[in-house]
Design a protein around this ligand. Structure first.
Ligand code: NAI
Length: 498
């Protein structure tokens, strides 16, 4: 007996319809057969009904506890309330439970026509997307009348977790090559770190070939020749966009399963939303949720059941049975329940036009979880680095011209260890050298560096704060960044044109 409990949130809109159908299918396939070490689904309350009670997290305390105790959440799509304080449950859940890797598989399915299937090109690849950091931190500020900022945060431990997950998964699935998608040619430090940590992680997996590709070229390659990729690992925002592009290559979001993997808690869900336009009509396509459920079963070691259901699903699609959103329009479509009945009828069958999944011997559900942390953990990659202060960037809300601003700033730093080195606007140098063609807006970066003869590290941070204080006597200081060397290496970017 396994007795493994899985938190189950049906979701909103079409969520309950497709979830009920999926659970019915799983039950029929023996997934919940307690005597054979199956799993038990424990319903939890999340989504619109919880938001409606004024709970801005969208999940009850009990739902949080059950999910944390279980380590797995199987969820249907959930509505994000428009306006008010309610946040996206999907984003909250991933971040709160540190589900750091989003894993999506894109496979050509029989009966799902795409330009590639028509051309006889079979696709089978995956995307691993970093799921927590990047601009998804949602750290945004209005800095001046005309300027808004969103902070892009990329950490070394965050990169390490997602890259290690990608390599381990590739090893398990027999993937021979992983590409790292990035924009390190422009964002040399953030994307540069992501790429660098990828190369570092690769050293522990010499049997897996690696490559890297700039994300814009990646998008073109994916459209022109997607079969050249086996697995792609990407930072959060780029991964979000690229993975929807990939879903389009295999027939749309209705066929794209998704797993949000964390060390302690993982979330399995369909990629699509609540489809309010068809909710309650019994016509929704459950394929994406079924496929996400299969990822979950494999995560729990129920490979036998997963393969059995996958083959039955493929055989059903192959037979031309389809819901209204896909398939041969000349053939009448079926509803959600009929579609799942057709899969149930085919349990034990195998597809003939595509490769069937190998059905291994039955196994007992198990979940290997590390010990529950006793407190919040601080994870670190680099330790014992020597840092030295060499200046600061001060960000100002100002409508002045660069030359007038420069005169003011030079006066401010006269009796300090700092000299004004550059002024930039929207990242482009506008002083001491600039172009009349560079248009400025009302927000400047003013960079102060150590005067000649003042040694790096000879002054502490407090002198830069004192300088900022002086600037703030006359200007609106929006923010400040310390300029430091890390083991002698510059820890800040240069302005365009510098
Ligand atoms: P959507 O994915 O719900 O719908 C887009 C279109 O695809 C609609 O025409 C819909 O009928 C169709 N569609 C989606 N899933 C389908 C299925 N299984 N079978 C047949 N047709 C399907 O996207 P939309 O309209 O932008 O979002 C609606 C709501 O869903 C919003 O409140 C949004 O916040 C939420 N949402 C939730 C997600 C989640 O819980 N993971 C993901 C995306 C959106």
């Amino acid at each position: 007996m396994s007795g493994l409990k899985i938190a189950l949130a049906k979701g909103d809109g079409i969520g309950p319809e497709i979830m009920d159908a999926t659970i019915e299918l799983f039950k029929h396939a023996g997934v919940m057969d307690a005597a054979a070490g199956g799993i038990e689904f424990v319903p939890v309350e999340m989504g619109a009904s919880v938001f409606a009670k004024g709970n801005t997290r969208g999940m009850t305390d009990e739902a949080v506890k059950i999910t944390e105790d279980s380590g797995i959440l199987f969820k249907g799509p959930m509505e994000t309330p428009k306006g008010g304080g309610g946040k996206s449950i999907n984003v909250t859940a991933r971040k709160m439970w540190n589900a750091y890797a989003n894993f999506r598989v894109f496979k050509t399915l029989p009966g799902v026509e795409t330009v590639y299937s028509k051309a006889g090109i079979h696709l089978d690849f995956s995307v691993v997307r970093e799921n927590i950091e990047d601009t998804y931190g949602g750290v945004e500020h209005r800095l001046s009348n005309d300027m808004i900022q969103c902070k892009r945060l990329i950490s070394a431990p965050g990169c390490d977790e997602v890259h290690r997950y990608a390599f381990h998964t590739a090893q398990k699935l027999g993937v021979k090559k992983i590409h790292c998608g990035h924009k390190a040619n422009i964002m040399k430090m953030t994307d540069g770190l992501f790429l660098d940590r990828f190369k570092q992680a690769a050293k522990d997996f010499p049997e897996i070939e690696t490559g890297d590709v700039i994300v814009d070229a990646l998008c073109m390659n994916l459209v022109v020749k997607p079969q050249q990729y086996q697995m792609i690992v990407l930072p959060n925002l780029q991964g979000d966009i690229v993975s929807d592009l990939c879903a389009g290559l295999v027939g749309g979001l209705g066929f794209a399963p998704s797993a949000n993997i964390g060390k302690h808690i993982s979330i399995f869900e369909a990629v699509h939303g609540t489809a309010p336009d068809i909710a309650g009509k019994g016509v929704a396509n459950p394929t994406s949720l079924v496929l996400s459920g299969l990822m979950m079963l494999r995560h729990l070691g129920l490979d036998h059941h997963a393969a059995l259901i996958e083959n039955a699903l493929l055989a059903t699609l192959e037979s031309g049975i389809h819901t209204g959103d896909f398939g041969n329009k000349a053939k009448p479509s079926v509803g959600t329940k009929e579609f799942v009945s057709a899969i149930k009828d085919r349990l034990g069958s195998k597809p003939t036009t595509v490769k069937a999944a190998e059905v291994p011997a039955k196994s007992v559900a198990k979940l290997n979880r590390p010990e529950k942390p006793t407190g919040v953990q601080v994870i670190r990659t680099f330790k014992n680095i020597v840092t030295q202060v060499v200046g600061c960037d001060i960000y100002l809300d100002s409508p002045l011209s660069p030359s007038t601003l420069a005169e003011e700033m030079q006066r401010v730093c006269e009796d300090t260890p700092f000299r004004l080195s550059i002024i930039s606007n929207r990242g482009t140098q506008v002083w001491p050298i600039g172009s009349v063609y560079t248009e400025c807006v009302d927000y400047y970066r003013v960079r102060f560096e150590l005067k000649d003869g003042v040694l790096a590290g000879s002054i502490g941070q407090s002198r830069t704060v004192a300088l900022m204080d002086k600037v703030a006597e006359k200007f609106v200081v929006c923010s400040y960044e310390l300029l430091r060397l890390f083991d002698g290496v510059r820890g800040y970017s240069l302005a365009q044109g510098q």
